[in-house]
Design a protein around this ligand. Structure first.
Ligand SMILES: Cc1ncc(COP(=O)(O)O)c(C=O)c1O
Length: 485
């Protein structure tokens, strides 16, 4: 199935295309082609979609059709567009690029690239020993068929125990192991949301959650997070639930990705009450709950306040341990877990037994592994914050108290332009608009501190250099976007 992007949609995505870095030196058609390549690069324009007809885009952008014709020709020549006479033009990528796990594409020879597009740590040193120990345990499972749709009992017990330790009594029957948190979200959406159903999300939010929601054709409403210390505006959030009455709300209360905010206890309690009154199910993504970076006590899990099976919690091993494990989970009521398992059988049957055993061994060492991860993240966060204060002092940064990312407020609506320019100097960024729905958030940039401190400092140096180049190449042409969320 091919989807089509309309002229007005592409014009909105293109936003400031005419003011790209170096713009004054290149003709309109080249600037337009570069902007389309940028949208493909950061994943906002999907692969395989049909672009608007030349006349339609010319009208939407209020420029001549000849410019569009020349831009499309350049995109065809660079391998970003395939056209068939009479049928239209589709986005594609040149053979020298691949689609990365983040949905961003990367050149093949990218060893020198500092990748700030991915917010995840390299594996902890304990992983190899855990994998060896898991192979020793494997014979216990080899006598059976190996399909455990809710997960192997040892892992479900370990995950349930961790919830109980956090003050939320949980039995293994309430846990279903998944192939990562993203898989957990997808399964929950299959079960709890019919196509076209209404969903409330934070803005900004985790881009792959938006992708999962758009795959379900969800009707999305956003709750804009503030740039202060608090993030959620309680009255607005609860008011939206009351007025919109979405089928579902997807929220990240612990060290929210990308802002790093932590929701306080009072709002957690009120949120569950308001959701119940509105008939809304809450999907609570706890990906970062193990990663507080100071001594602030963690509020109780949102599900603590749930009396009516309204809250489905999802989480996983990717952030405190390793993304390559692909182990996540759902915590819900036992009947909901059974329904999820039935849905899952039609998708992937079950998670790999060996990987689950590795997870069991890692969780058995949780306290020492996670303590080391936190210390590492504190040092890297501080190095990043220090480098930003020194090299880009105009950017406003709230130092996050946990998680792995900070959300910088830039000194202009330059995020996408900066990401394009940064790619040229070997830094990959996820620009602000990737974390929203409609091409806004150009004034913001997510910066993860998951790479070694030296890489972070080097990346900030390169960013500072291209940031000031943007000024030299046409800052006067920047216009305020119509909305800044
Ligand atoms: C909020 C959030 N949810 C889910 C995921 C995906 O996690 P997993 O690797 O467990 O699928 C991420 C990864 O960045 C995330 O930040």
């Amino acid at each position: 199935m091919t989807s089509q992007v309309r002229g007005s949609q592409l014009a909105r995505l293109l936003g400031q295309w005419h003011a790209l870095p170096g713009r004054r030196r290149s003709p309109d058609y080249a600037a337009l082609a570069a902007a389309v390549r940028g949208l493909l690069a950061d994943g906002r324009l999907p692969l395989g979609v049909r672009l608007p007809a030349e006349r339609e885009l010319a009208e939407a952008l209020r420029i001549s059709r000849t410019t569009i014709t020349a831009a499309y020709r350049e995109l065809r020549e660079s391998g970003h567009l395939a056209s068939r006479r009479g049928a239209g033009s589709w986005t594609m990528l040149p053979g020298t690029h691949r689609v990365a796990s983040t949905g961003l594409w990367t050149p093949l020879d990218d060893r020198d690239m500092i990748d700030l597009g991915v917010a995840a740590l390299a594996a902890p040193p304990q992983l190899v020993a855990a994998a060896r120990a898991a192979t020793e345990d494997l014979p216990r499972y080899l006598g059976g068929a190996g399909y455990h749709p809710t997960g192997i009992i040892e892992l479900r017990e370990a995950v349930a125990h961790a919830y109980t330790e956090r003050g939320l009594p949980t039995s293994p029957e309430q846990i279903m192991v998944t192939s990562g948190t993203q898989h957990a979200l997808d399964l929950v959406l299959r079960l709890a949301l019919s196509p076209g159903g209404g969903v409330l999300v934070e803005s900004p939010t985790y881009p792959n959650a938006l992708a999962a929601l758009s795959a379900r054709r969800a009707r999305i409403t956003t709750h804009g997070l503030g740039t202060d210390d608090v993030g959620w505006d309680a009255d607005l959030l609860l008011g939206s639930l009351r007025q919109v009455r979405p089928k579902l709300a997807y929220l990240i209360p612990e060290f929210q990705n990308p802002t790093g905010h932590l929701m306080d206890t009072g709002l957690r309690e009120r949120l569950v009450g308001a959701a119940h009154a509105a008939g809304t199910d809450l999907v609570i993504d706890e990906s970062f709950v193990d990663l507080p970076l100071d001594d602030t006590p963690l509020p109780p899990p949102v599900a603590t306040f749930d009396r009516h099976s309204r809250v489905i919690s999802i989480g996983g091993m990717s952030k405190p341990y390793w993304g390559g494990l692909r182990i996540g989970w759902v915590r819900a009521s036992a009947p909901q877990v059974q329904r999820l398992a039935a849905a899952r059988v039609g998708v992937d049957m079950a998670s790999p037994v060996l990987d689950q055993l590795v997870a069991v061994h890692l969780l058995a060492e949780a306290s020492s592994i996670v303590a080391a991860r936190r210390a590492q993240l504190v040092a890297q966060r501080d190095a990043l914050v220090g480098a930003l204060a020194e090299r880009l002092p105009e950017w406003r940064i709230a130092v996050p108290r946990g998680g792995v990312t900070l959300w910088a407020e830039l000194d202009g609506p330059i995020s996408s332009a900066l990401a394009r320019a940064a790619e040229e100097v070997g830094v990959r960024l996820a620009p602000g608009p990737r974390f929203g729905l409609d091409g806004t958030l150009e004034r913001f940039l997510r910066l993860p501190f998951t790479l070694p401190a030296a890489d972070l400092v080097e990346a900030v140096g390169r960013l500072a250099a291209v940031r000031y180049d943007l000024d030299r190449t046409g800052r006067s042409q920047w216009r305020e976007p119509s909305v800044i969320a």
